[in-house]
Design a protein around this ligand. Structure first.
Ligand SMILES: C[S@@+](CC[C@H](N)C(=O)[O-])C[C@H]1O[C@@H](n2cnc3c(N)ncnc32)[C@H](O)[C@@H]1O
Length: 294
């Protein structure tokens, strides 16, 4: 089966206006956070009302095109948690989890409060019951105070502390896409490991994954490898060109297969990965896997 990938250079609301017949099974929203960043194609300094009014429109249009039981993962700054939850509720979504993504990076220091060290991802669905929820099991390194190895790993919870953010330093490694001057091409590039977890948890092979703020196309790069269809929208033509190149290049650092071992105790893993009957899922398993290349 061949999967489709559609990359569109457009304003997302303008795209919604001319795309009434699309159907989504899973959406990932990582919008600009309205924090006054210097973007070329949109205003990142809207009033509170304008920004959240716009976000609600995007959520409502996404909801309308989502199948019953379909999922949305909406990523935001932790300080906006109350607005995220309210916007999802107002547009019809049923709340499931507030995922804390503790990004393995240093805290942002604040002198009058505790330093900030996580981002939120609100997971919601359309309707009462999720259409797909694959309970993933992982095998992270044993914490130092644990005596016995975990024979079959542990279920993923709502605290994700095993996925590193791609920051500017050396930790970003090869995965961060860089311009010729060595700077990161896009400061908000999400890690492959993050989208892998989301797409594995809430979709099946052949489903349609939607990303209205595609950026560097991480969602599409992962969906393509997991045999899901995808649609990505971005307003910046340079991002769209980059995504087209990224999807053709199949960079080693974008290859999701290095993470499979980490999820080896997940029931039905081969079918979640779209690899039933292929040799790769029969690879020898290592004792301890990690989400990060050594
Ligand atoms: C936080 S970034 C997303 C990063 C992405 N998750 C990744 O992994 O690279 C937000 C993106 O939204 C795009 N954007 C902003 N306003 C938009 C709009 N009205 N319609 C479509 N895309 C928009 C920006 O160009 C930017 O690339």
């Amino acid at each position: 089966m061949n999967n489709t990938v559609e990359i569109v250079n457009a304003d997302v609301m303008e795209w919604f206006n001319r795309s009434k017949d699309v159907v989504f099974h899973l959406s990932f929203l990582d919008p600009p956070f309205n924090q006054g960043k210097d973007y070329r194609f949109f205003e990142d300094n809207l009033s509170h009302e304008e920004y959240w009014g716009w976000i609600e429109k995007v959520l409502a249009e996404t909801y309308e095109r989502t199948v019953e039981g379909g999922a949305i993962y909406f990523m935001q700054r932790e300080k906006n948690t109350e607005f995220v939850l309210s916007a999802l509720r107002e547009t019809g979504w049923s709340f499931q989890n507030l995922i804390i993504w503790r990004k393995k990076t240093s805290a942002v220091p604040v002198s009058t409060r505790f330093g900030k060290q996580f981002q939120i991802i609100a997971y919601s669905i359309k309707g009462e019951k999720s259409r797909v929820f694959n309970r993933l099991r992982i095998q992270p390194p044993l914490p130092p105070d644990y005596k016995y190895d975990r024979e079959t790993g542990i279920f993923v919870t709502d605290v994700w502390d095993d996925i590193r953010e791609l920051t500017s330093g050396y930790f970003a490694g090869d995965e961060a896409i860089r311009s010729e001057n060595g700077e990161r091409f896009h400061k908000q590039q999400a890690p492959i490991a993050l989208l892998l977890r989301i797409i594995m948890s809430s979709s099946n092979v052949g489903d349609m994954v939607f990303d209205p703020f595609a950026g560097t196309g991480t969602t599409l790069a992962v969906a393509q490898q997991l045999k899901r269809n995808s649609i990505g929208i971005d307003i910046d033509p340079d991002n769209v060109k980059l995504i087209q190149r990224r999807l053709k290049e199949h960079r080693h650092s974008d290859d999701i297969s290095k993470y499979f071992d980490y999820y080896r105790y997940t029931d039905g893993l081969a079918s979640i990965l779209g690899m039933e009957g292929t040799q790769d899922t029969n690879r020898p398993k290592s004792k301890q896997a990690t989400l990060f290349e050594k």
